[in-house]
Design a protein around this ligand. Structure first.
Ligand code: AMP
Ligand code: ZN
Length: 115
């Protein structure tokens, strides 16, 4: 996808603070962190969202890196939150599948409908 910012990061066409990379998956720091640790994990191939017919094997590769990234970021002991925003109601803003790994402080307790 030529106009997709995460495809461009995956292709090293624009910069990011890369935390992890292999042939299929990349993890990099969120540009607008919501907690002290806020890292995104993406497949290098373009899928718009988690329901976009992503091959199960690739989903496995992607999610298997959550624990790896948590370890690299030092939040595996105290815990973290994993979020996959999907579509308009999920407030997905970048339409290339990505997993948020959030930690380094306690998440706000409330999680529910928008005010
Ligand atoms: P979402 O709302 O789940 O689509 O989240 C998209 C995330 O991507 C947001 O947390 C943004 O801060 C982050 N983001 C957008 N552009 C970039 C970028 N160029 N590099 C790193 N993170 C980005
Ligand atoms: Zn993309």
């Amino acid at each position: 996808m030529s106009d997709c910012i995460f495809c461009k990061i995956a292709a090293h066409e624009i910069g990011a603070q890369i935390v992890y990379e292999d042939d299929e998956v990349m993890a990099f720091e969120d540009a607008n962190p919501q907690l002290p640790v806020h890292t995104l994990i993406i497949p290098k191939a373009h899928y718009a969202h988690i329901g976009d017919a992503v091959p199960p094997e690739l989903l496995g590769q992607l999610f298997s890196k959550v624990g790896v990234v948590a370890g690299l970021k030092g939040v595996d002991g105290d815990g973290y939150r994993v979020v996959v925003n999907t579509g308009e109601d999920g407030r997905q803003t970048v339409h290339h599948l990505h997993i948020h790994v959030l930690g380094g402080a306690q998440m706000p307790i409330r999680m529910g409908p928008a005010d």
